[in-house]
Design a protein around this ligand. Structure first.
Ligand code: C2E
Ligand code: CA
Ligand code: CA
Length: 711
């Protein structure tokens, strides 16, 4: 028996001594207390495993000592050693917590046996308590680890019903862990993932070792909004390493855990992935498919159209005036405009059509499986019409137009790149013609790519090497036969290909914006040349120049033009600029302001190709227009006073009413000249009086004229 710390308390000195000696002989650590008071003091001061207490003691008796011990040393065992043998006393002592009772005078063997039993029992109790404590700690630790795991931790039984789930499920999904007891896990899987989810975990007990992972959405409850994405890892429980698992059940309802696993919330990662995916294939501003997605869809559509021998259309849309609006109202407004434009365009489309933002203010549209080009034409018209009404941007009302080029499969190309490029080319032909319209791509428009690139390079060189020539076409007064004006028409003296006409290179110049440099050179040459003729006694000689829409739209158009006139010292009243109706209509507000500035300086303004554009005559009242140029097509119609001649009649009558000058273009025959003269249209231009010619030829012509005048 191991040594114990024992307190012996008795008021009988002799007995105290003999008991102490007996116990010390057994090797115990014995403290003796003479009387109850001394015993209490010892209990307060030192720790004991056991106290042997007499009951009847003066002042402080054994019961009081026991009460005191219970208070200060509850773990200290008590054995009563007393002469008191009444039933009341014994039972009272046992009730107070005494472990045993020894009658005085005691038999030493009996006493030692009782003592041994009491000490044994005590050490058992002590061990038990400490095991209990360790268990509680360990359980708390594991509970803490499991519940504070960032993931849901669960166990399922053979059938897939929950036998355990940690409290994380409450914070993440809104279920309490106890309510899920016995519920099959499929009940918390999103409907769309249920089949996949159940299938993946179906045979998990068959394939041991390897964990199963799968991603599913789990249903949320309560105030949580959308269902969340989880990555689930599940293992079969290995009953060899955890034999108890076979009997384990957190809810003690008779089912046994067979699988355990974790479910990690990956919603944020999923959302980020989805966003990255969206961003890779969409334009974030308009939320339209981007270039990459468009090409993808077009590729598919081409394959399908080829297989089914169908047509499809690709449209290239470029907004007119967008850049001006963007520059003047700022990018935030520009962005809003793009969004508003997108909305209107989308309303014109059918379900299978793909509208994409190709970049900047360019859009592409795929119409798969169209019956004929009439379908494409109808949609193009609808799109143009949709953008016609003004857009309200804050305080501002703005107008944008759209130029649309259309390429049809298979006629306009049978590959993705060809279709897009040809739609683009067709679009530029719209732009070059004054915008806001649509055109179908035709073979005649295509300068094949290689050719195009070399032409662009050549054109840049031409500008550097002064290969551009200005030819002049006389504008003649039909009554006197005198040259009153000269229209400057550009030619390109190409080193290899000879003399090129505007139709061969102007579209490309517009497209590449080289038109700005080109015009500058033309105007410089013309100003210099015509100025010489003016100084050479042709004071009223008028120089007419053509302006491209791109030039007119440029914010510094007026400034640049004035500067050029100034640089060449050219009298503004001798200049007439020719623009088309469409240019004016594109941005009535801006353009009329610019024109007014120019008119105030004495510059004359002519409407070129009059009658072919909007034919909206209302604006003419409010604009500083001086001249209408009747388009060649109407003049060509003059043969015997039928058809188009009526239009000429109307235009001339109107011009007279508005007190505008009128120049008839493309006059080639006597008959045409006579008819026009008769109408009162006195200024004419055309092959009848001569084509556009180099300056030297014009000098000769003007000299003859002077000679005639002198004669
Ligand atoms: P436009 O302003 O309508 O010029 C008249 C065109 O008709 C010229 O063609 C001229 O040579 C041609 N023409 C003149 N009289 C007759 C005739 O009696 N019969 C026929 N069939 N045609 C006649 P061109 O020079 O090829 O110019 C074509 C277009 O190119 C011009 O049309 C004009 O819009 C543009 N253009 C020419 N030079 C310039 C320029 O320097 N700058 C800009 N921006 N555009 C220019
Ligand atoms: Ca012209
Ligand atoms: Ca013209």
């Amino acid at each position: 028996m191991p040594a114990a710390r024992i307190l012996v308390a008795d008021d009988d000195q002799r007995l105290l001594h003999s008991l102490t000696t007996l116990l010390m002989q057994q090797g115990h650590d014995v403290t003796s207390a003479l009387g109850g008071k001394a015993a209490c003091e010892q209990l307060s001061a030192n720790a004991f495993d056991l106290a042997m207490v007499d009951l009847r003691m003066p002042e402080v008796d054994g019961f009081e000592v026991m009460s005191h011990a219970a208070m200060v040393q509850p773990d200290c065992g008590i054995i009563v050693v007393s002469g008191e043998t009444s039933f009341t006393a014994v039972s009272r002592a046992l009730r107070r917590g005494a472990q045993d009772y020894i009658k005085k005078p005691f038999d030493p063997d009996e006493l030692l046996a009782t003592l041994g039993a009491a000490l044994d029992k005590q050490s058992l109790l002590r061990d038990h308590a400490s095991i209990q404590q360790r268990l509680e700690k360990s359980e708390a630790l594991h509970r803490y680890i499991v519940n504070s795991s960032p993931d849901i931790v669960f166990m399922l039984d053979n059938e897939g019903r929950f036998c355990f789930v940690n409290s994380k499920i409450e914070t993440l999904l809104g279920y309490s862990s106890s309510e899920l007891n016995g519920t099959h896990f499929r009940h918390i899987i999103d409907e769309q993932d249920v089949i996949r989810g159940v299938y993946a975990l179906r045979d998990i007990n068959v394939t041991a070792e390897n964990p199963r992972t799968l991603e599913v959405r789990l249903k949320t409850r309560g105030s949580r909004k959308a269902n969340r994405h989880f990555e689930i890892t599940a293992f079969p429980i290995d009953h060899e390493t955890w034999p108890l698992a076979a009997d384990f059940n957190a809810y003690a309802s008779g089912r046994k855990a067979r699988f355990y696993g974790t479910a990690r919330d990956v919603t944020e990662r999923k959302e980020a992935e989805a966003f990255i995916n969206f961003q890779a294939y969409h334009d974030l501003l308009t939320r339209l498919p981007n270039r990459a997605l468009f090409k993808d869809r077009l590729n598919l559509a081409i394959t399908q159209a080829r297989r089914n021998e169908q047509n499809l259309a690709v449209m290239f849309l470029d907004l007119d005036r967008f850049k001006v609006i963007n520059d003047t109202l700022g990018h935030a407004m520009g962005d809003r405009l793009l969004q508003a434009v997108t909305q209107r365009l989308e309303q014109c489309l059918r379900k299978g059509d793909t509208l994409s933002r190709f970049g900047g203010d360019e859009f592409t549209l795929l119409l798969p499986a169209i019956a004929s080009h009439e379908d494409a034409r109808r949609i193009a018209k609808k799109l143009i019409e949709a953008l016609r009404a003004p857009f309200q941007l804050g305080e501002q009302e703005v107008f944008v137009g759209v130029s649309i080029g259309i390429a049809l499969f298979p006629d306009a190309g049978d590959s993705l790149d060809q279709l897009i490029q040809n739609a683009d080319i067709a679009m530029y032909h719209v732009k070059a013609r004054g915008k806001d319209g649509y055109r179908f791509f035709t073979k005649a428009m295509s300068i094949d790519t290689a050719n195009r690139l070399s032409l662009e390079r050549d054109l840049r060189q031409a500008l550097d090497n002064n290969e551009l020539r200005v030819f002049y076409q006389p504008q003649v007064c039909a009554n006197t036969g005198l040259v009153v004006g000269l229209e400057a028409l550009v030619r390109w003296q190409h080193p290899e290909r000879g003399l090129l006409y505007p139709r061969d290179f102007l579209p490309l110049a517009e497209e590449t914006k080289l038109i700005v440099d080109l015009s500058e050179q033309v105007l410089a040459q013309a100003c210099q040349q015509v100025n010489q003729w003016i100084l050479d006694d042709h004071m009223d000689l008028r120089l007419a120049v053509n302006l491209s829409p791109i030039q007119v739209e440029h914010p510094k158009f007026v400034e640049n033009l004035i500067k050029q006139l100034h640089d060449h010292n050219f009298p503004p009243q001798n200049l007439e600029i020719e623009i088309t109706e469409n240019v004016i209509m594109n941005d009535l507000e801006q353009i009329s302001q610019k024109l007014r500035q120019l008119a105030n300086l004495g510059i004359r303004i002519a409407i070129d190709d009059f009658g072919t554009g909007y034919s909206s005559l209302n604006y003419i009242h409010n604009l500083p227009i001086h001249t209408l140029k009747v388009d060649q097509s109407f003049v060509r119609g003059i043969r015997g006073g039928e058809g188009d001649a009526c239009i000429v009649n109307a235009i001339v009558a109107m011009a007279h009413g508005l007190k505008l000058d009128i120049v008839a273009e493309g006059v080639e025959t006597d008959a045409q000249l006579a008819y026009l003269k008769n109408l009162g249209c006195h200024q004419v231009q055309g092959f009848f009086y001569g084509p556009a010619q180099p300056a030297e030829a014009i000098t000769r012509l003007l000299n003859q004229q002077r000679v005639r005048a002198v004669v």
